[in-house]
Design a protein around this ligand. Structure first.
Ligand SMILES: [Zn+2]
Length: 98
């Protein structure tokens, strides 16, 4: 289930991230955007009985509505990371969060 979602989000990410002009796209920013998107989407697709949920989710992820939702979530995540990338050195006195 986890891999299915991650694969779907990774695929959408490669399509969506070049469209965000100020997104840096380094490994750190990519990881941040991916996990942010994953955290938004996971509760929706991870509910219910595992086998049944996995089948439903697979169909739903590939549906037009599922794809549109993923694109919107990934786009939001990429824009969020683009506006405050964590790869930069934090200002002096800022606690380091990793
Ligand atoms: Zn970066």
């Amino acid at each position: 289930m986890k891999n299915l979602l991650e694969d779907a989000i990774a695929e959408v990410y490669t399509r969506v991230s070049p469209q965000v002009a100020n997104f840096c796209g380094c490994a750190k920013c990519r990881d941040d955007a991916m996990s942010l998107a994953l955290n938004h989407v996971r509760p929706r697709y991870a509910t219910g009985d595992p086998p049944r949920g996995a089948v439903l989710s697979r169909i739903e992820l590939q549906s037009e509505r599922g794809q549109a939702e993923l694109i919107s979530v990934v786009m939001d995540a990429v824009q969020h990371v683009a506006s405050r990338p964590r790869h930069q050195t934090p200002p002096l006195g800022t606690p380091v969060v990793s």
